[in-house]
Ligand binder design. Structure first.
Ligand code: DGL
Length: 263
């Protein structure tokens, strides 16, 4: 049986990552797990997030995967520094996101936005400062962004007003590179740029993960697949709303039947 790449997120936001990877690697199969039943992770404790994460890694391992990707930033913070899970290469979004931000930042002043759990962990700040001790990091939790995306309030004046409030300090400090430290935020790209200014560079997880994955292929740590592929999307709860949102997030890629799983 062909091996796939396992990806997990607390919900559907990680489909922004799956979509990017599916586009970049057209011969690869993917198995996605969205833990909708327990979303959000962003307001939970590190212990709880790790317990959920381990259950999901175990589930994905059983789906015959050759690599595991933690697309969820909140979950990535509690698996930082772990490069494999039971012999399977494990990727998180914090390290590649930080490296990408440092690469494009001219003034070494980097903004990080994410859930309360991600910002509280200071995982991005510590990783960035370890990579470049001279960097200045401005962190901001934006807890209302996830529900706005889940409810489809995008390109909307309400979202812009909330973004204005959250991003006030970053604007004041003239930050020009911002890490979107949450799976949902790429959906708000237009709203964010409207508030921050079009010149600001946004670092997105999907892009940085595809580079990281390519690197693992080149190193021979993961074998490439060929021929027809399969994209499975498994979720821990299903409603018409989630189904519609999943298809919208993945468009133009068409999804088969969403699989409901119990962990
Ligand atoms: N997937 C989460 C993240 O990237 C956002 C949603 C949540 O709070 O569970 O941090």
């Amino acid at each position: 049986m062909k091996k796939s790449i396992g990806i997990f997120d607390s919900g559907l936001g990680g489909l922004t990552v799956l979509k990017e990877l599916a586009k970049k690697f057209p011969d690869e199969s993917f198995c996605y797990l969205g833990d909708i039943a327990r979303l959000p992770y962003g307001n939970k404790s590190p212990e709880t997030i790790r317990r959920y994460g381990l259950q999901i890694l175990e589930f994905l391992k059983e789906q015959n995967v050759k690599a595991l990707i933690i697309a969820c930033n909140s979950a990535s913070t509690v698996f930082l520094g772990e490069n494999e899970y039971e012999g399977i290469p494990l990727l998180n979004v914090i390290e590649p996101g930080s490296a990408a931000a440092l690469q494009i930042s001219v003034d070494k002043k980097i903004g990080v936005i994410g859930t309360s759990a991600t910002i509280r962990s200071h995982a991005y700040q510590e990783t960035l400062q370890k990579m470049d001790p001279g960097v200045t990091v401005i962190e901001q939790a934006c807890p209302l962004f996830v529900p706005l995306v889940e409810e489809g309030v995008v390109n909307d004046v309400i979202t812009e007003m909330i973004a204005e409030k959250y991003l006030k300090e970053m604007k004041k400090q003239k930050v020009e590179t911002v890490i979107l430290g949450c799976t949902h935020y790429p959906v708000l790209r237009t709203d964010l740029l409207k508030v921050l200014g079009g010149h600001v560079k946004l670092v997105e997880s999907g892009e940085v993960l595809s580079e990281q994955l390519e690197y693992l292929f080149q190193l021979g740590k993961i074998e490439k697949s060929h021929g027809p592929r399969q994209i499975r999307v498994c979720i821990t709860d299903i409603t018409d709303h989630f189904e519609k949102l999943a298809r919208e997030l993945m468009a133009p890629e068409t999804l088969g039947i969403l699989e409901k799983v119990v962990l």
